[in-house]
Design a binder for this molecule. Structure first.
Ligand SMILES: Nc1nc2c(ncn2[C@@H]2O[C@H](COP(=O)(O)OP(=O)(O)O)[C@@H](O)[C@H]2O)c(=O)[nH]1
Ligand SMILES: [Mg+2]
Length: 219
């Protein structure tokens, strides 16, 4: 498994880079999802579960972005999926140039790659990742039950920028105060069109609905 260091892109217009990357990926038949959330909310665990549940249907690759360490990419690689660890040189988000470098180094952009669905696990943070286009076709975010149902009030931008919200760790509901209906109301007020799923990556609850949705997205 490769670990690469990427620096902030030197190009002036990240939005143009993002548009070019989206088009390049489309021409190669790769659908890229940018997965955002706070650290520890369950990104790597959710991706692992998605890979396990979908691997007999589609080929998945993951670009794991972090400030340091390579534990996440190792977990994904252990499941047999294409993965690469990208270190962000201290930056708390990925931009389109950094994402392209990760995909390129992972081999996702090779003509022979045959990857249909790629995920960028963005740096764990509810603020900066929402401010930068990555070149993904779809922004997905996670909010976990232990984080609390007030996060849409505190970090509205990421909820506005996401097309899908996955509320995860629903198995921990007995131990936390989290009003799912109230949370959904808060999120829909910011973003009426967002698709919301309630899952547990631990027990598998809600995963079939989420995986069916992902298959529909890429087709
Ligand atoms: N109970 C429970 N724990 C979970 C679930 N998903 C993730 N976790 C735990 O949450 C912690 C952080 O998960 P991780 O996937 O590394 O989060 P990341 O930092 O967002 O990638 C780990 O201890 C996971 O086992 C879940 O659905 N239910
Ligand atoms: Mg992770």
């Amino acid at each position: 498994m490769k670990v690469i260091e990427v620096k902030k892109s030197v190009t002036e217009d990240n939005d143009i880079d993002a548009r070019n990357l989206r088009e390049e990926l489309k021409s190669k038949g790769v659908f890229l999802i940018n997965l955002m959330s706070s650290p520890g909310s369950g990104k790597t665990t959710l991706l692992s579960r998605i890979i396990e549940d979908m691997r007999d249907k589609i080929n998945i690759a993951v670009v794991e972005a972090d400030i340091d360490a390579d534990v996440d990419a190792k977990k994904i690689e252990a499941l047999g999926a294409t993965s690469i660890q990208v270190h962000t040189d201290g930056m708390c988000h990925m931009d389109a140039g950094m994402t392209r470098t990760g995909l390129l180094e992972a081999g996702v952009l090779d003509d022979a790659a045959d990857i249909e669905l790629a995920f960028l696990e963005n740096v764990g943070n509810l603020i900066c990742p929402a401010e930068f286009a990555t070149g993904a076709h779809h922004n997905m975010m996670i909010l976990s039950i232990p984080e609390g149902d007030d996060k849409p009030l505190k970090y509205p931008l990421i909820f506005r920028e996401s097309k899908t919200l996955v509320i995860t760790k629903v198995d921990t509901m007995p131990y936390f105060t989290f009003d799912i209906d109230e949370c959904v109301r808060r999120v829909k007020k910011l973003n009426p069109d967002i698709d919301i799923f309630v899952v547990s990556a631990k027990t598998g609850e809600g995963m079939k609905e989420l995986c069916d949705y992902l298959l529909e997205l890429i087709n």
